[in-house]
Design a protein around this ligand. Structure first.
Ligand code: BGC
Length: 446
């Protein structure tokens, strides 16, 4: 008996510690036999581009936020100077034929000091919306896309429940100013990514490392902030369309053995599933290696008119080369992930549990050589079309991004733009690989 137990223990140890045979679990399609030109999209589907103010305008144009505070380190400069080039950027979008534009508005410009709102900046965004509408586009506004005014950051931003009211007041001020012009309101961009970059990986302000508990509290307060903004808007405008933007990365075990599976489970849970579950049930149950945080709010399950889905790729844990967390036969992008269009379909399946219309609010490739962009667009649009054919209620797609821009702590080496931007002259040039997107839009716009 003792001997058998010993053997069992040794076997368990081997299974736990030694990478075993390859058992790929992730979905893989055979692209050699797929005809990506076979596409079907419903009437009135939205074809758009997505941007964010700080990434497009940098610290020079947005000097009072928490990223600008660290511009010696990040060197965002003026980015592509979009704040001063709205006509040009809208014309570029129009040239692609898109009928929708997603932009974030910069809180630190609108409320540079606590409680002091800048009417001229609100007017600037009003003009932007008017011009977008005149160019035949529907507008989606994001209230929060990673940056905070310095005064809000100094108060501890979303770390404290008491600070949520500032975000609600700001959002409502913007809502009041733009309500006749905007079709979709996205409260917060990717709360999961925000909490992890700032509190676990430590690459973004406020640069905390492995502070899982703080990340959990921030997430909880962001979900709370979303619900409060949702309720406040619906109270004055029940017809307004309000949602949140959620990022999904599928973490999968590189080797199908226990420690890898456990790690993948944790990452999926913390990054996206706990958030998806909150909007499904009203229960946010966050279980990190060092803490457990719960937040129950029945209204959470009723706080979405749509869900925005940002999808880029999957990530394999722990790949032999952690800089390339995908399999050797996959096509890399310039970011640390591969082209994985199958995952877009799976991500749509996950957010479809929320039973509200879905908009793909971001999807795009960093490809400096522009030798994979067309392939990327072909595969992801195909995957999207397949999901729609299967009955998922996806109503729009926003390409990330219109222009090359400031890719947060990764700076300017990542080239996501449909248009290439010369960061010195700000000249914009359409990339060859982007033409396919314009063709798809033309062919399927109604
Ligand atoms: C963010 C963008 C970012 C993009 C590409 C998304 O997570 O919303 O701000 O530029 O991914 O990395």
């Amino acid at each position: 008996m003792e001997k058998t137990m010993k053997k069992g223990l040794i076997l368990a140890l081997i299974l736990t510690l030694v990478p075993g045979t390859l058992f790929p679990r992730e979905e893989r399609w055979d692209w050699t036999i797929i005809d990506t030109s076979v596409l079907k999209f419903p009437k009135n589907f939205l074809w758009g581009v997505a941007t964010s103010e700080f990434q497009n305008s940098g610290a020079k144009n947005c000097p009072k936020n928490d990223w600008a505070q660290h511009d010696k380190k990040f060197k965002s400069g003026a980015a592509c100077d979009s704040f001063n080039r709205m006509d040009e950027d809208l014309a570029l979008a129009q040239k692609l034929g898109v009928n929708a534009y997603r932009l974030s508005i910069e809180w630190s410009l609108i409320e540079p000091e606590e409680g002091k709102f800048d009417q001229a900046i609100l007017d600037h965004y009003k003009t932007f919306c008017d011009k977008a509408i005149a160019a035949g586009m529907k507008v989606m506004i994001t209230f929060h896309h990673f940056t905070n005014p310095v005064w809000f950051a100094n108060k501890g931003q979303f770390e404290h429940k008491e600070n949520v009211k500032y975000f609600v007041r700001f959002s409502m001020t913007v809502f009041e100013a733009l309500k006749d012009k905007v079709d979709f309101w996205a409260t917060i961009n990717e709360p999961g990514v925000y909490a992890f970059q700032g509190y676990v990986f430590g690459d973004w302000p406020p640069f905390n490392h492995f502070n899982f508990a703080q990340a959990g509290r921030v997430l909880r307060n962001m979900l709370r902030a979303h619900v409060e903004v949702y309720n406040a808007i619906k109270k004055v405008a029940p017809q307004a369309q309000v949602g949140i933007v959620h990022d999904i990365v599928q973490f999968e075990p590189y080797y199908d053995i226990k420690p890898y599976r456990d790690l993948a489970y944790y990452f999926n849970h913390i990054f996206h599933q706990a958030i998806t579950d909150f909007f499904k049930t009203g229960d946010f149950i966050y279980e990190a290696p060092t803490c457990r945080i719960e937040y129950h709010n029945a209204q959470g399950a009723k706080s979405l008119d749509f869900i925005g889905l940002n999808y880029y790729s999957h990530s394999l844990l722990v790949a032999p080369n952690p800089i390339k967390p995908y399999r050797a036969d996959e096509i890399p992008t310039d970011m640390p992930y591969s082209i994985y269009a199958e995952g877009l379909y799976q991500a749509i399946e996950e957010v479809a549990q929320l039973k509200v219309p879905i908009y793909i609010t971001e999807n795009g490739i960093s490809d400096a050589k522009d030798d994979r962009r067309e392939l990327f667009i072909k595969r992801y649009i195909y995957s999207l079309s397949k999901a729609i054919e299967a009955g998922f209620d996806v109503r729009g797609y926003f390409y990330w991004s219109l222009l090359d821009n400031f890719e947060w702590h990764m700076g300017y080496n990542q080239k996501f733009g449909l248009y290439e931007v010369n960061m010195k002259t700000f000249e914009r040039t359409l990339r060859k690989g982007s033409e396919y997107y314009a063709q798809v839009v033309q062919a399927h716009k109604s």
